[in-house]
Write a protein that binds this ligand. Sequence first.
Ligand SMILES: *Cc1c(COP(=O)(O)O)cnc(C)c1O
Length: 242
Amino acid sequence: MPVNIPDNLARIRERIKHLEAQYGRAPGSVQLLAASKAQSPEVIRLAHTSGQLHFAENYLQEALAKIAELGDLKLAWHFIGPIQSNKTRALAEQFHWVHTVDRSKIAQRLHEQRPEALPPLNVLLQVNVSHEATKSGIELAELPELAREVAALSRLRLSGLMAIPAPAPDFLAQRQAFALLREARTTLQNLGHLSCQHLSMGMSADYEAAIAEGATMLRIGTDIFGARPGSSAPAAASSKAP
Ligand SMILES: *Cc1c(COP(=O)(O)O)cnc(C)c1O
């Protein structure tokens, strides 16, 4: 069956509403970001027609081409990929949110390069909650120090935390990983970082657990757009199999 993006978006929004109620979350407190890597500008336009305004991209060159192409739309762009320190200027100039800050050198450069005419750049600190050697993200123990440094940079706003936990065997294990990020946010808020409110966590395969643990931003690709072009991953429905 061909992928029906408007139907998928409507179904996911319904499910989010339902899960907000089920887990005692305030209505509207969970925001849906469309993870649009590998999707064409035409596909993004179609999602926008269905009311989707927030898009999340992983690869800078690919993202910049789409941002330029879609400049006639009022979209909010989130960067969720690894950051190379020599590529920060375009992030500072073109994006509204950067979710993957995990070292002070990157934060410093984004601060220096954020244009004065724009509001401070919304920054989330990426945390390696699964202690994966290969994953980017800062260790929990180092988070207060990085938060202190970012909070001192006037052109950045320390808006929250982000994680991509390792695939977990079951729902409870998914929740445990997300709970670590929620607890880290509490720690930072207790240190006075009151702007640190967002939890960017939850993808197609684990967003119910993320909502249960307080996610405010879900990054969903496959369930909206279907399996990515060129990807050998199974289609959306089967990615949620236990
Ligand atoms: C691709 C991607 C997503 C979306 O993943 P799906 O499983 O397709 O929903 C979310 N977050 C990050 C960082 C990604 O790279």
